[in-house]
Design a protein around this ligand. Structure first.
Ligand code: IDP
Ligand code: MG
Length: 164
């Protein structure tokens, strides 16, 4: 099997989570999993960045509602790092429609909605790279050595070919 590498991925804590006082719980879930926060800030999105970010949805009839929802309040953007972080964060996030998402996932535990579904998470390594560049300046992302990483991973994990 191919080498597993440290990846970075983008999470957006959406306005419904902020309005419901869930931001801390969401951040806590990612931290407890063992994902490393390498960037975090509050920003207000506008129509231009939302049209880019949701380019795959701009022609959908519900797009104006999403754009209004996502720009009416601030959001928290987060960059998370870990081995196979893109997939790991998607698994923690759960499927798009909150009321169908598996219990135990963030959307499954906190959302009943398709639009108000608590978080955005990048869906591929390529999109994570683009989305991180869209929302963070290089100097806002930090390379730091987390002391806990020796407990989170086995020695050498991710450095050698993994044949599981
Ligand atoms: P994802 O967030 O699970 O990756 P996408 O299909 O990329 O799902 O959609 C992006 C966001 O657009 C969703 O998280 C959701 O907030 C919103 N959205 C997707 N489909 C619908 C819909 O049918 N109605 C309203 N909002 C939607
Ligand atoms: Mg998506």
């Amino acid at each position: 099997m191919a080498k597993k590498r440290q990846e970075r991925t983008l999470v957006i804590i959406k306005p419904d989570a902020l309005n419901r006082g869930l931001a801390g719980e969401i951040i806590h879930r990612f931290e407890r999993k063992g994902l490393k926060i390498v960037g975090i800030k509050m920003i207000q999105l506008d129509d231009i960045i939302l049209a880019e970010h949701y380019a795959h949805l701009v022609d959908q009839p519900f797009f104006p509602r999403i754009a209004k929802f996502m720009s009416e309040w601030p959001v928290i953007v987060m960059a998370l790092e870990g081995l196979e972080a893109v997939n790991s964060v998607r698994l923690l996030t759960g499927e798009t429609l909150g009321r169908h998402a598996d219990a135990g996932t963030i959307r499954g535990d906190y959302s009943m909605s398709v639009q108000a579904n608590i978080v955005h998470a990048s869906d591929s390594i390529e999109n994570a790279r683009k989305e991180l560049a869209r929302f963070f300046k290089p100097e806002e992302l930090f390379d730091w050595n987390c002391l806990d990483s020796q407990a989170i991973y086995a020695e050498g994990e991710g450095e050698e070919d993994d044949d599981e």
